[in-house]
Ligand binder design. Sequence first.
Ligand code: ZN
Length: 208
Amino acid sequence: MKSERQRLHLEKLAEMKRGKSSPLKGRIMGPMSKENRLKISEGRKRYFANGGVGPRLGKKHSEITKEKMSQKALQRDKSSYVKSNETKAKMSLSKQQWWMIHPEMRMTLSIKYQGDKGSNWQGGKTLETIKIRNSFAYKEWKRAILQRDNFICQICGTRGGRLAADHIKPFSLFPELRTELTNGRTLCWGCHQNTNTFGGRINSYAQT
Ligand SMILES: [Zn+2]
């Protein structure tokens, strides 16, 4: 059972929701002060430390609510946040170019996330080849290839998007050519997968 106080509070909230009354109505809200934020943050911490739980913990939406939510989502105008493939490719390209012109940033991050300091550390089970592929020298090689080819797939001519630095003479058979610039070419992901050295096809390559 809800107490009288709770009932009044809920009524007030419902009224605010309907837009009938709100303590914030007509007030222009600036950013919260640092002290105020801290106060709220401390309050939440105390609440959780004393066994408080999030308002929806363990609760599930009913089927009707789910249906309503999905309908709303379908009606929503997505044009403001759904990006076209063209935009995505452009964003990817400018990101890649940003990293090109910040070698000091690459070095800093590379050192920072070495070994068990990285979020993807899986307890030292990395195989030797993965280790090489993740090494700074190897990543720099890939970057240099992409930059030299101006992010253009050397087979189909696509620019940007998901790109690979392909070893013309395969990585596993020519270890000495792994970071050789003349042995690399930029390929889009589709063309990369179609090479005769991709993945398991390396064995048939070795026999020719
Ligand atoms: Zn291609």
